[in-house]
Ligand binder design. Structure first.
Ligand code: OXD
Ligand code: MN
Length: 584
C-alpha cells in the first residue's frame, strides 16, 4: 500500500466518518456488486437487457443537471493567479468552508477510494489521481471514463505524486455546492453535486483545470479538444485536434462518418473531449486522450448526426436524465426515431409524446466505453500519442465567422483561439444562446490566469520546431430565417479535407484580414442537396460591418485581461485598422 495515499485516505475518513471504506480495484465482480446495490435502491434502473445489454438508467436530482460555473473556484494563494475569468477563493477560506461541510458527511454511507490513471498505460503523458467519493454512480461512471483501480496503483508505485480529489454529494443542496481546485496542492474538493462535470473529478477538474496548471510548468498543453485521425485514399492518416465549447459537436466530429461521395476517406476517433499534448522528439506536437470513455450529450444524437455514437452506446452504457420508456427503452429529442408511447421524463414525471414538455433534459448524457466505438483509432492507447498536424478552433456563431479560415502562423492562431466566441449551451447552468468569448473553448476550464495561459500558448509556439497549423471553423452560420446554411455532420469532412490539403501544401488560399480563406473551388460541394457554389461563397464572406462589431467586442474582451500578452494586443490593432471605426 502506497503510504501517502493511505495517510490521506485515513485523514479524509476521520473528517467524513463513513460507515465503511471500499478500495476500488476495477474488477468485474466489484462492478457487478455496485450495480446490484444501485439497482436495489433505485440509483440505477436496468434497461431492457435484450435490447440494451449492460445498460442502465440514472436520474439525477432536478437541481443537479449541469456544470455550475458560478460555484466553481480556483483557490490559489494569489487572486491574480486565478485571473479575471475564474471565481477565486483563498485556499484557507475554501478549506475551512468545505471542511465544515465534509464533517461527518459520509455517516451512514460507504466511502469509495478510486485510484485512476489519466492517459494510456505506460505512457510518459499519463498521471494518477485518487478520487474519494460517497457516490456509487460516480464509481461506475469513473470506471468507464478512466482506467481505474490496480492499473493506476501500479503506475503510482510508491510515489506521492497524485491528484487528491475529494467528492461528496452532500445533500445535493445547491446552496451548499462548491467545486474547488487547489492547483498549488494538486487537490480538488467537490461538494453537493452528483453531476458528471462536477463529480467525475478526473474529467474537467483534473484533466483540464489542474492539468492546465501542470502543463504550464512542465511545457505541455491540456486542452478541451477532440482528437481525430483522417485517413486519405492512400491510407495515410493525419491527426487533427479541435476545440469547441461544450455541446457544440465535438463528439460528433470525432466520430464522423463520411458522406457516400467521400467514402474513400475514413475518420478515426482518438478522443472526443480532452487532449494532452507534448512536444515529441521529432519536433512535432503529440497528443493523447487522457480519458477512456465518452460522456456525451444525448439529445441530437441520431443515425444522421452520429451513427457511431449510437453504436458505441448500444451496450455497457449509463444513460443519465434521458427519457425512460415503460418498456425499458431510452429516447431523447433529436434521436430521429419515434418516442415510446409512454415513459418517465428526466424529472421523474409520467410523459407521453403529447405532454408538450421535453422528455430528456437538454444536457442529458451517455457514459460509454471508448473501446466500443466502431471508429476508435488503433492508435488511441498508444503511449506515445499521435502527431498533430492541425489544430482547429470553432464556435457556435449564427453570424460573423466564416465556414473556415487558416491563421497566418502560430502566433496569429493563438489570437484566433484567444478571441473565439460561441453561443452558450445547456452544458452549464445559465442562459442558453448568449454569445460569449470562450478562448480555446477553455473559459470554464482554464485553471489559472487566462493572460498567463495565452502567454503559455505563445511560448509553446516558440518551443515546437514543427508546430501544427491553426484553423477556425463555424458550422453554425444561419440564414435570414434562422436556418443553418451548412449541412454539417458528415459533410464537415469537406472542410476537414481542405484543412488536410492545406497541411500538405496541396492547395492555395486567399489572404484576407482575418486569415487565409479557401478558394471556393477548393471545397468539394458535389452532391450537396440545395447547397450551391453561391451558398459557399456566402459562407466564406467577411462582412465588414459585423467584423467592425466583432473587433469592438474583442477590444472589450481584451480589456478584461490585465495580463494580456502584447503579441495579442498587436494582432488586435492590425484587425482594428481593417475593420474598426476611427474611434475604437
Ligand atoms: C463536457 C462539457 O461534459 O464540456 O464535456 O461540459
Ligand atoms: Mn467538454
Amino acid at each position: 500500500m502506497n503510504t501517502a495515499v493511505k495517510a490521506w485516505v485515513d485523514e479524509v475518513a476521520k473528517t467524513t466518518q463513513p460507515d465503511k471504506i471500499v478500495w476500488i480495484t476495477g474488477s468485474e465482480s466489484e462492478k457487478k456488486g455496485l450495480e446490484n446495490e444501485c439497482l436495489a435502491d433505485g440509483e440505477l434502473i436496468a434497461l431492457d437487457q435484450k435490447k440494451h445489454p449492460g445498460c442502465f438508467y440514472h436520474r439525477s436530482a432536478r437541481n443537479d443537471v449541469a456544470r455550475v460555473e458560478h460555484l466553481t473556484f480556483i483557490c490559489s494563494h494569489k487572486q491574480e493567479d486565478a485571473g479575471p475569468t475564474n471565481n477565486w477563493m483563498a485556499p484557507q477560506e475554501a478549506y475551512a468552508k468545505l471542511g465544515e461541510l465534509y464533517k461527518g458527511c459520509m455517516r451512514g454511507r460507504t466511502m469509495y477510494v478510486i485510484p485512476y490513471l489519466m492517459g494510456p498505460e505506460n505512457s510518459p503523458f499519463s498521471k494518477v489521481g485518487i478520487e474519494i467519493t460517497d457516490s456509487r454512480y460516480v464509481v461506475l461512471n469513473m470506471r468507464i471514463m478512466a482506467r481505474i483501480g490496480d492499473v493506476a496503483m501500479r503506475h503510482l508505485g510508491e510515489s506521492g505524486d497524485f491528484v487528491k480529489g475529494l467528492h461528496s454529494k452532500g445533500e445535493l443542496d445547491e446552496n451548499k455546492r462548491y467545486i474547488c481546485h487547489f492547483p498549488e496542492d494538486n487537490t480538488i474538493w467537490s461538494f453537493g453535486s452528483g453531476y458528471g462535470g462536477n463529480a467525475l473529478l478526473g474529467k474537467k477538474c483534473f484533466a483540464l483545470r489542474i492539468a492546465s496548471n501542470l502543463g504550464r510548468h512542465e511545457d505541455w498543453l491540456a486542452e478541451h479538444m477532440l482528437i481525430l485521425g483522417l485517413e486519405d485514399k492512400k491510407g495515410e492518416v493525419t491527426y487533427i485536434a479541435a476545440a469547441f465549447p461544450s455541446a457544440c459537436g465535438k463528439t460528433n466530429l470525432s466520430m464522423l462518418v463520411p458522406p457516400e461521395i467521400l467514402k474513400d476517406y475514413k475518420v478515426w476517433t482518438v478522443g472526443d473531449d480532452i487532449a494532452w499534448m507534448r512536444i515529441g522528439k521529432d519536433g512535432r506536437l503529440w497528443a493523447v486522450n487522457p480519458e477512456a470513455g465518452f460522456f456525451g450529450v444525448a439529445p441530437g444524437t441520431s443515425k444522421k448526426s452520429n451513427p457511431n455514437a449510437l453504436l458505441t452506446t448500444s451496450r455497457n452504457t449509463i444513460f443519465t436524465n434521458v427519457l425512460l420508456g415503460d418498456d425499458g427503452s431510452i429516447w431523447w429529442e433529436g434521436m430521429g426515431t419515434e418516442p415510446p408511447e409512454h415513459g418517465t421524463d428526466w424529472k421523474g414525471d409520467a410523459w407521453t409524446p403529447s405532454s408538450g414538455s421535453l422528455g430528456a433534459h437538454p444536457n442529458s448524457r451517455f457514459t460509454a466505453p471508448a473501446e466500443q466505438c466502431p471508429s476508435i483509432s488503433p492508435e488511441w492507447q498508444n503511449p506515445e500519442g499521435v502527431p498533430i498536424s492541425a489544430i482547429v478552433f470553432g464556435g457556435r456563431r449564427a453570424k460573423v465567422a466564416p465556414l473556415v479560415y487558416q491563421s497566418f502562423d502560430w502566433k496569429h492562431g493563438v489570437f484566433v483561439g484567444a478571441t473565439m466566441a460561441s453561443e452558450t449551451t445547456a452544458a452549464a447552468n445559465g442562459k442558453v444562446g448568449v454569445v460569449r468569448r470562450d478562448p480555446m473553448a477553455m473559459l470554464p476550464f482554464c485553471g489559472y490566469n487566462i493572460g498567463d495561459y495565452f502567454q503559455h500558448w505563445l511560448d509553446m509556439g516558440k518551443k515546437i520546431p514543427n508546430p501544427p497549423k491553426i484553423f477556425h471553423v463555424n458550422w453554425f452560420r444561419t440564414d435570414d430565417n434562422g436556418k443553418f446554411i451548412w449541412p454539417g455532420f458528415g459533410n464537415n469532412l469537406r472542410v476537414l479535407l481542405w484543412i488536410l490539403a492545406r497541411c500538405k501544401g496541396e492547395v492555395g488560399a486567399t489572404q484576407s484580414p482575418i486569415g487565409y480563406l479557401p478558394n471556393p473551388d477548393d471545397i468539394n460541394i458535389e452532391g450537396l442537396d440545395g447547397f450551391t457554389r453561391q451558398s459557399l461563397i456566402a459562407l466564406l464572406d467577411i462582412d465588414k460591418e459585423s467584423w467592425g462589431q466583432e473587433v469592438q467586442e474583442i477590444k472589450e474582451w481584451f480589456e478584461r485581461i490585465p495580463k494580456l500578452p502584447d503579441d495579442l494586443h498587436k494582432r488586435y490593432r492590425v484587425l482594428n485598422e481593417w475593420f474598426g471605426t476611427p474611434h475604437s
